[in-house]
Design a protein around this ligand. Structure first.
Ligand code: WQD
Length: 339
């Protein structure tokens, strides 16, 4: 069974390719290499012993997408990661996000609808909930108006998929990620550090290594136990495993509806200060940081009610925050020593 992984050389994509190969799937990756490098292929094969098929492809080029699918008629499922995902950048350049995150999804769906049957796993995000009223957040929580074009592309993507599955042979599962962190325990793959990190954990590990002077903590005046914002930090390997389970659910026709939605988190909320403390514990060093003002667009708290994924998918995140931070730190040390 050939599975297409778009954006498969990215952070979550590469970890998912490893888990797909471990489960015996034949994988082909397409990636436009805009936010990654071909070295990730070596990292994957160093872990699994198998080099996945790869083709450089920019999914915004409709004719190239059609030609690719004509050459790979045996693709039975797609895990679609390829997208731009920086919230701040999406505010500055919305059309980049609408073209790259929406057009590409449409072109893939247009190819899948030609097949007798097709399975799609879509990379969505807890961003669609905005600031949910009730914690932990269930899949039935209302979808808030998007706080950024990035978040809007995830909401629109879910709607496009829902409408399309109604009139085609495509079955889909939408996976709403909370905050993916960490790296494969082998430290062969991880979150590639390109540019100044927007996300908390890579900024922490780069500060820990001395690449950044100090971490700016965006606000300690939130209505939370220690005043800093709360998120659900999930180890990327736990997240990757959930993708394989979701794909198998569709391939084995176990899905109860044409589109199913699952929150992927640990079910535990951690504050920024707790993440810092976890880093200090696993690294054995103090992290320099200062409290500054809140970041525009940030929400106070988001953590998942994971009972649907636990009970229906039979999946549960296993790694603790400390284990995830330890893997992120191990990856940072490996990347920097290799430089
Ligand atoms: C986490 C917490 C910050 C950096 C984003 C996207 C979301 C998803 C995950 C793709 C917040 C604080 C951060 C820093 C800080 N991505 N922080 N100093 O914003 O929860 O979610 O990434 O799907 O869509 O929105 O993640 O890591 O940026 O921030 O204090 O230098 O850390 O304020 O409370 P976020 P994040």
């Amino acid at each position: 069974m050939k599975i297409l992984v778009t954006g498969g050389l990215g952070f979550i994509g590469s970890h998912t390719v490893v888990e797909l190969q471990n489960e015996g799937f034949e994988v082909i990756i397409v990636d436009n290499l805009s936010n990654t490098s071909l070295d990730v292929l070596d990292g994957i094969s160093n872990i699994t012993g198998k080099i996945p098929a790869f083709e450089k492809l920019d999914l915004r080029e409709k004719d190239k997408v059609q030609e690719f699918f004509r050459r790979h008629v045996d693709i039975v499922g797609v895990i679609h990661f390829a997208a731009s995902k920086a919230v701040g950048e999406s505010v500055e350049d919305p059309l980049l996000y609408y073209e790259n995150n929406i057009n590409t999804l449409v072109y893939i769906l247009q190819e899948l609808q030609r097949k007798q049957e097709a399975s799609l796993i879509f990379s969505s995000s807890c961003t669609v909930y905005g600031q949910a009223e009730i914690m932990p957040i269930t899949e039935g929580a209302s979808i808030q108006p998007a706080m950024s074009p990035y978040g809007n592309t995830k909401q629109i993507g879910e709607e496009i998929i829902t409408d399309t599955t109604k009139v085609t042979n495509i079955n889909a599962i939408l996976l709403r990620y909370f905050n993916p962190i960490g790296s494969h325990p082998s430290a062969e793959i991880g979150e590639l550090p390109l540019g100044v990190p927007q996300n908390l954990v890579p900024f922490i590990t780069q500060t820990g290594f001395g690449l950044r002077k100090e971490l700016a903590v965006y606000g300690d005046d939130y209505p939370t136990p220690d005043g800093t914002a709360v998120r659900d930090y999930i180890h990327v390997v736990d997240l990757a495993k959930a993708h394989v389970i979701a794909l198998q659910r569709l391939l084995n026709k176990k899905n109860l509806e044409k589109v199913e939605t699952f929150n992927l988190g640990t079910g535990t909320g951690s504050s920024v200060l707790e993440v810092i403390q976890a880093f200090e514990k696993v690294s054995g060093q103090k992290l320099p940081y200062k409290i500054v003002g809140r970041r525009e667009g940030d929400i106070t708290s988001a953590y998942a009610n994971t009972s649907k994924a636990n009970n229906v998918l039979g999946w549960k995140a296993k790694s603790t925050l400390e284990e995830a931070m330890a893997s992120a730190w191990k990856w940072e040390l490996k990347v920097r020593k290799a430089q």
